[in-house]
Design a protein around this ligand. Sequence first.
Ligand code: 13P
Ligand code: SF4
Length: 304
Amino acid sequence: FARYAPYIREINRLKREKNAVILAHNYMTPEIYHGVADVVGDSLQLAIEATKVEAETIVQCGVHFMAETSKILNPSKRVLIPDMAAGCSLAESITAEGIAEMRAKYPGAPVVSYVNTTAEVKAASDICCTSSNAAQIVAAMESDTVIMTPDQYLAQNVARDVPQKKVVWWAGSCIVHEQYTPADINDFRALHPGVEIIAHPECPPNVVEACDFSGSTSGIIKYVAEHKPKQAMLVTECSMASNIADALPEVEFMGPCNMCPYMKKITLEKILWSLHTGREEVIVDLAVAEKARVAVERMIDLSK
Ligand code: 13P
Ligand code: SF4
């Protein structure tokens, strides 16, 4: 950690000087997560925290859709992302035309879009969801048929947990979580019989079913902190285990993990550059932001 100290000191100094806060996702590297973040959390927590920010500037340490969500909720604030290329395979998998296609195919069915979408897609949707509230949001829809976009696996996991609804989905996927297979889980369990295996619901349903628990990134952290298994395999992005390992010395984190190349674009060097230069600023068309805000705020209200 020592080699990061000069960056951490300078970023924390600049934050005060520029009246900025850093909202960081749970997939940020430990030096960001522990060194410079003011708030850490999963997508839902970051969206809720974004509504409470008093500082003039938000530096979003996460991917672009998260920065857009902060901007949508805070149109008068400056929202910076340290690397514009921090995208997301799910957000890239659907456009507003895709939403229109789904509406034409399932007339009258509400569209529940994952927050991992662009502002335009949110604006074309009825409500958003995150991995921590997806089942709750789908269950609350009045219609029997519910369209979920763009994550086919999250949708299939929700369909299993909310059997009273007919869930239909778009065919997007997360490049990090789609790589896991049930054989990965079963082979690892055979090698380490006592291990608790915990997956993110962006994993295919047969992977989730082979695991002991599934939840949002913060749901996973909470589960491990409460259960303190002797051995745990986190079926998600690699920084998750690194970020919580020090606080849970009784848990041995083991097994393979996958790196999100988009999340890993955010580094201390780029955060420092961002604070110095005021770049890259995230701009959302006002009319789009207004519609998207309705979908995000409906989700936040329903999650209370
Ligand atoms: P969470 O909302 O669970 O943090 O998920 C965001 C994400 O991008 C996971 O891949
Ligand atoms: Fe997108 Fe997957 Fe990366 Fe999350 S882990 S930001 S869903 S590509």
